[in-house]
Design a protein around this ligand. Structure first.
Ligand SMILES: Cc1cc2nc3c(=O)[nH]c(=O)nc-3n(C[C@H](O)[C@H](O)[C@H](O)COP(=O)(O)OP(=O)(O)OC[C@H]3O[C@@H](n4cnc5c(N)ncnc54)[C@H](O)[C@@H]3O)c2cc1C
Length: 451
């Protein structure tokens, strides 16, 4: 095939959610020319669609996972007054989490992208790859000026839904084994609540109140458990309760319908809280999500497919790139059930392997975040935002090493990536010493030439 003559970049990151944030910064810090395309009007992805949602799972076995998650949270902790705090999660089987000021956190994330030199394009959607055998030669995208092409040496798909990977021919599964995807949620925040009164009762799910609301026809039947959590700022309550089932997050019409239905149920719930739940009398709703947060769509096929058994045995892969001990956080996949059963015993964690972020065939494509190659059980545990940030960091780092070594992502020496991540402060990974001896020269500050 003739060489296409399109504007080039070293790395194209598709999607500016938590995974894209990690991928773009990691690649750019290696001196690469990095473009980040985000279809929406802000960075954060689900984090921005559900403003105020805590970073869960940042502390497996009560130890920070490190890397960009630690760097971001340290910046926020160090502010005066602090813009984030480590707090226990009120829900069973979840470890400590990081609560943060949403506005300051997104400002800081954007600043970190700027400092790394990432070219961030908002309102820019990747549409389709142009293939040359097993390589992505170019990617078509559109913005307000129309349709364009870009020729990246490496593509990192962090889009949550994996449209470009799927079009490039990467096999995928939708949802669980029966195609059921987790429910989507429209979240909101109540401000000026009274924490002491709101959280006076023992039940973290407000079941008695919810039952009364459902029996009286004032709450939807899927609101039997109300997920209400203290927000970062005093007397704010984050409401992660309104779940719409049976939605295909890759279908824009489904998403629009769910968002409108979510708005109805959220307003209904806010009204109910004010009228029926002590402590909410003087509160009001704010930060209603601009769209529903989508938990699960495509899971791409990687070199390795992470399984529930791997997690349950506390497996630590030799190419493990981030630690996790999150429970199986399953939200209404085809039923009313919301479960977060523990997957590992107290004091045990597992790692997520890089090989679950590498496709089997496409030579210059990596993926990160909730499109990871995982079975339905494993997926329900690995999908927290801290893990997505570090999956991104791992793929950004892997992209840089593959380009430097002029190898395909399949040929990449994954242990080199693990060493580089350890040098970047990622904690709890295996095999540093052996691989360090094999690759004594790799430096975090290595600079690569753009072509
Ligand atoms: C309701 C809800 C509650 C949750 N609760 C928590 C919690 O309390 N704590 C926690 O840690 N995690 C939580 N999670 C999980 C976590 O938020 C997600 O798994 C994580 O944010 C996924 O990050 P991501 O970057 O992989 O994908 P996303 O956040 O989905 O980001 C993908 C981005 O790609 C963009 N995009 C898509 N297609 C294209 C394209 N073709 N071109 C350009 N851009 C594109 C999208 O606009 C989006 O911004 C929750 C998830 C949901 C939905």
């Amino acid at each position: 095939m003739a060489k296409l003559n399109h504007p080039a970049t070293d790395v194209l990151v598709i999607g500016g959610g938590t995974a894209g944030f990690g991928a773009a910064i990691a690649a750019a810090r290696q001196g690469l020319d990095v473009c980040l395309f985000e279809a929406g009007d802000r960075v954060g992805g689900v984090m921005a669609f559900c403003p105020g949602m805590p970073w869960g799972a940042a502390y497996p076995v009560d130890t920070i996972i490190g890397g960009l998650m630690e760097e971001l949270s340290n910046r926020l902790f160090a502010m005066d007054p602090p813009a984030a705090a480590k707090r226990p999660c009120a829900l069973e089987n979840f470890g400590p989490e990081i609560q943060y000021d949403y506005e300051i956190a997104t400002l800081t994330m954007f600043e970190m992208l700027e400092e790394a030199g990432v070219k961030v394009h908002l309102n820019t959607t990747a549409i389709a790859p142009t293939m040359n055998g097993n390589r992505i030669e170019a990617v078509e995208y559109y913005d307000r000026h129309g349709s364009h092409m870009i020729a990246p040496r490496m593509v990192i798909d962090c889009s949550g839904d994996g449209d470009i990977s799927a079009k490039a021919g990467v096999p995928f599964e939708l949802g669980d084994n029966n195609g059921n995807m987790m429910g989507v949620t429209l979240s909101f925040m109540m401000i000026d609540a009274n924490w002491e009164k709101v959280f006076a009762a023992d039940d973290p799910y407000f079941r008695d109140y919810a039952a009364k609301g459902i029996a009286g026809g004032r709450l939807h039947e899927d609101l039997a458990m109300l997920y209400l959590m203290k927000g970062f700022h005093k007397d704010t309550v984050f409401c992660n309760s309104v779940v719409i089932r049976g939605v295909d997050g890759t279908n824009p019409e489904d998403v629009a319908r769910a968002t409108q239905e979510g708005r109805r149920r959220s307003h209904q719930l806010a009204q109910f809280l004010k009228q029926d739940v002590p402590g909410f009398e003087n509160s009001r709703m704010t930060y209603l999500g601009p769209t529903v947060g989508v938990r699960e769509t495509r899971k791409l096929e990687g070199i390795y497919r992470l399984t529930g058994e791997d997690l349950a045995s506390g497996r630590k892969f030799t190419d493990g790139i981030v630690c996790c001990d999150n429970p199986i956080d399953d939200v209404m996949r085809g039923s009313h059930d919301m479960t977060h059963d523990a997957i590992v015993e107290d004091g045990v964690y597992y790692t997520i392997p890089l090989s679950a972020l590498i496709p089997k065939k496409i030579e210059n494509l990596l993926f990160a975040g909730r499109i990871i190659s995982a079975d339905p059980t494993a997926f329900a545990s690995v999908r927290g935002m801290p893990q997505c940030i570090l999956m991104g960091q791992a793929t950004g780092t892997a992209a840089a090493i593959a380009l430097k070594d002029s190898v395909s992502v399949q040929q990449l020496d994954r242990s080199t990536v693990v060493v580089a991540l350890q040098e970047q402060g990622v904690k709890g990974l295996r095999h540093a010493t052996e691989t360090r001896l094999k690759h004594p020269c790799f430096k975090v500050t290595h600079v690569f030439n753009s072509q």
